[in-house]
Write a protein that binds this ligand. Structure first.
Ligand code: FAD
Length: 429
């Protein structure tokens, strides 16, 4: 393999909504050299194989997933961004002080070493596999995640099974149901570990009736069986431990998203133990100077348009930094969460920025996600034994973003030397 060298101002890893949107913002500044590296053959990221309702918050119109991905790809291809597809970033070597960062990238032409002043990680997220969920049974063919199912059905136009069982009840489980339905694959049922679905229950019910499948809530997959191919699964109801068999030749494991943050593991970039992505401040800068992150690499997962808007915001911060504007605020504090909250992102809050923020569900900002769907809860922020904030919420949907109004926190009471704890209290009203 030959080793090629590339020198740029900004290297962007990941050609999904976050990475492309960042490029489109950066390229508005004349003279700045930008390189975009994407491991797939096509740009566009996850929306390439998703279904509908894309583009609302960032493009202000509705596209299907593939249309949206194509639009982003066309826009960035018209610019002078140096685009490399089939190019997978393998390793980051952080530059000390003002020296350049190094990224090693595998491409069909050979190994590229990209030297950059700024690095943006926009590598997205992935669903938990059957292995990581530790589902007992044999190891036959026919087990997918929604992502792999959508690749096979929507991109390769194949029909990978006859009758499928869906595991999980996040929004993405219903996206899997739609994919199966369109491919002409029967749905044997949807298994939800929780008694409360991790989505809006009325919409879930309507889809299950329309597509003719049953939702087994409060239920686990006890066993997957089959030699070469899945032949069925045993389900067990949590309440009475009753088990029963389901006939299927396909199992789709949906949701339980995790950031695709493997690139930070061999570096000094701090990982947030709650989100399992890089820890970032309100500028989306990681603990390593001039290395930024945006999109679902920060958390698994948020909506595509929020990721795209985050990409634009991070580009503005990079440009600010490049112009010599001080991004840091010495009055800063870390956010932490307690279960059932999964994470808060960004984790490092600048007080001056927090006070002047206008939190909205239409733009990126500080947000939390819960692992469970809960009714009638209060979200609270605490600094030691001092309450800084509380907000009632009639329904907190699992794995959906809940924007945190940091501008409403009573910051005068905060002890900045300790993390601010965000928690959920049930049945307060
Ligand atoms: C199965 C699935 C279904 C989803 N369905 C929806 C939906 O219907 N609606 C919705 O709003 N959101 C959905 N999402 C969430 C989705 O993550 C966001 O919509 C959006 O795509 C996030 O944008 P992103 O740019 O952060 O990441 P992505 O779109 O995931 O893009 C990241 C890109 O980085 C590339 N990459 C990763 N590692 C490397 C590397 N080392 N080197 C080079 N390139 C790399 C990947 O190939 C990918 O193209 C879904 C996610 C998944 C996994």
């Amino acid at each position: 393999m030959t080793a090629l060298e590339k020198h740029v101002d900004v290297a962007v890893i990941g050609g999904g909504p976050a990475g492309i949107s960042a490029c489109l913002e950066l390229v508005k500044v004349p003279g700045i050299r930008i390189a975009l590296f994407e491991s797939e053959a096509e740009l566009g990221g996850m929306p390439r194989c998703c279904h509908v309702f894309f583009g609302m918050r960032d493009m202000k119109r509705l596209y299907s997933g593939p249309q949206y991905a194509r639009k982003l790809s066309q826009l960035v291809r018209k610019t002078r961004v140096d685009i490399h597809t089939n190019a997978t970033a393998l390793q980051i070597i952080e530059g000390k002080e003002k020296s350049r960062h190094l990224v090693k990238i595998a491409t069909p032409e050979g190994l590229i070493t990209c030297k950059c002043k700024y690095l943006l990680l926009a590598t997205g997220c992935f669903e938990s596999s059957r292995e990581s969920r530790r589902i007992p049974g044999t190891r036959p063919a026919g087990i997918y995640t929604t992502g792999s199912l959508q690749q096979v059905v929507n991109l390769q136009k194949l029909k990978p099974g006859r009758k499928a069982l869906i595991l999980g009840s996040e929004n993405v489980a219903f996206s899997a149901a739609l994919t199966l339905h369109r491919a002409g694959i029967k749905i044997a049922g949807l298994v939800s570990e929780d008694s409360r679905l991790q989505t809006y229950p009325l919409a879930a019910k309507a889809i299950s009736i329309a597509m003719g499948f049953k939702i087994f809530d409060d239920t686990d997959i006890e066993n997957i069986f089959g030699k070469k191919r899945v032949e069925g699964a045993t389900l067990i109801r949590r309440s009475d431990r009753r088990s029963f068999e389901i006939d299927c030749d396909t199992v789709v494991c949906t949701g339980k998203f995790r950031p695709d943050a493997a690139l930070i593991y061999q570096t000094s970039i701090a990982e947030d133990q709650d989100s399992r992505g890089p820890l970032v401040d309100m500028n989306y800068m990681t603990s390593s100077p001039r290395i930024f992150a945006a999109g679902n690499v920060l958390r698994g997962a948020d909506m595509h348009d929020i990721c795209a808007l985050e990409g634009r915001q991070v580009a503005v911060r990079i440009l600010d930094h490049r112009r010599g504007n001080e991004l840091n605020d010495t009055n800063r504090v870390t956010l932490s969460v307690s279960a059932p909250l999964r994470y808060a992102v960004p984790q490092v809050i600048f007080l001056n920025r927090a006070r002047t923020t206008r939190t909205s569900c239409w733009s990126p900002g500080v947000s939390v996600q819960s692992a469970l769907t809960l009714k009638r809860v209060t979200i609270e922020a605490w600094s030691g034994d001092r309450k800084l904030y509380s907000k009632r919420c009639s329904r907190l949907i699992a794995n959906s973003r809940f924007p945190l109004q940091v501008e409403r926190f009573d910051w005068e009471k905060a002890d900045l030397s300790k993390p601010i704890m965000i928690k959920v209290v049930e049945d307060q009203f």
